[in-house]
Design a protein around this ligand. Sequence first.
Ligand SMILES: [Fe+2]
Ligand SMILES: [Fe+2]
Length: 474
Amino acid sequence: MMIDYENTIPNNVNLSEDKLLQKALRQWQPNFLSWWKEMGPVNSLDYDVYLRTAVSVNPQGWAQFDYVKMPEYRWGIFLQPAQEGKKIGFGEHIHQNVWQEVPGEHRANLRRIIVTQGDTEPASVEQQRHLGLTCPSLYDLRNLYQVNVEEGRHLWAMMYLLHKYFGRDGREESEALLQRRSGETNNPRILQAFNEQTPDWLSFFMFTYFTDRDGKFQLSALAESGFDPLARTAKFMLTEEAHHMFVGESGVARIIMRTCQVMKELSTDDPIHLRKAGVIDLPTLQRYLNVHYSLTLDLFGAEESSNAAIFYSSGLKGRYDELNRKDDHLLKEGSYLITANKNGVLVENEIPLLNGLNEVLRDDFIKDSVAGVERWNKMIQKMGVQFSLSVPHKAFHRNIGALSGIYVSPEGVVLSAETWNKYRDQWLPSESDKRYIQSIMGPVTSVGQYANWIAPPTIGINKQGPHFEYVRFN
Ligand SMILES: [Fe+2]
Ligand SMILES: [Fe+2]
């Protein structure tokens, strides 16, 4: 098969001259398309979707908007432009030139980092593949598809690094990225949160708010990497990640707005009445927040991690905002406080900072998450409703690390399994919550219409209004 590289695969990696990469793509691209057709958004192959496509890395004009059929989306390969004379900013190789090739002694770790990141990208597309069937509007459907094609592009980004820099095992790994399946017992995705279901739009918005934000922090840490192609790839991915988090934050905000309107209209905060009116009561919203927040916290890994220390010391993965931190960027000295379980009591343990870097990143994520929750609370307040959302305690509902295996309330009180289970349905979505949420899901597919449980957006995409025909079904 001949591929017209310049037109079908926008890139700034000189693809039309790179025979080796072309050869690799001749095999991988058809397999990617088969994967998209099998595991991408259901029933969508023929739709015309108003999508943005990354066509350059120019901050003023990197995106192009137009109607596209998703299998024809031009998944491209972009790296932020190289910086002349760039030096490694942390770890044992600090102040040395960044690497343009993979250093032999760090090869296995780098590959593992890239594969783990790469695996999350197709996983989320798989998790979200049924959502189009119940969309609350064409605007939201378009946003879902935008997130999906960009996660597809993120897979391309990681595939590029594997093919270009890792030879044969890189090729094998990038094939394996197309073979694992979210939630499948025999060949699941690597990280647990990416094997959970995203069965409804409330879950989708919480997922894009919290789990895509984990993406932001992981990518920010990789954007500091001494392996320059990875750093530059991750930097460009972050520009797309911002939209994913926007979809989550504004999606939840619009649900809150609609719920608060109905609470005022009916002057009630009774979930039963509100459900009769077809909106999502705020305690239910809080339970969905709790589950997605806690699943996402687990993605940062164990609090104390010698791998995290090695990744940092060898210059592979930095901290969030590494270069602006005022310390020696070696971290051989300091310590860090982690919360742990000691015989059923939560205690603070001091561990060497270098071993605590997963926790440092998790804490940065928590700060960022809380800020958005506060923005939601401001809205609720402004609407004159007495309620506030909050993220649960760090130890609530954890399955990885020092806080797994104990039962902790959202307030941070350690409980017996029996007591915890008694309250479980007040803290996490119950079966009846899930049934209710399912029952109000769409589809709403008329132009300019919105489901009853969510307010329309104030502005649309690319200066189009909320009533624009964002998706055309054929
Ligand atoms: Fe992504
Ligand atoms: Fe994302």
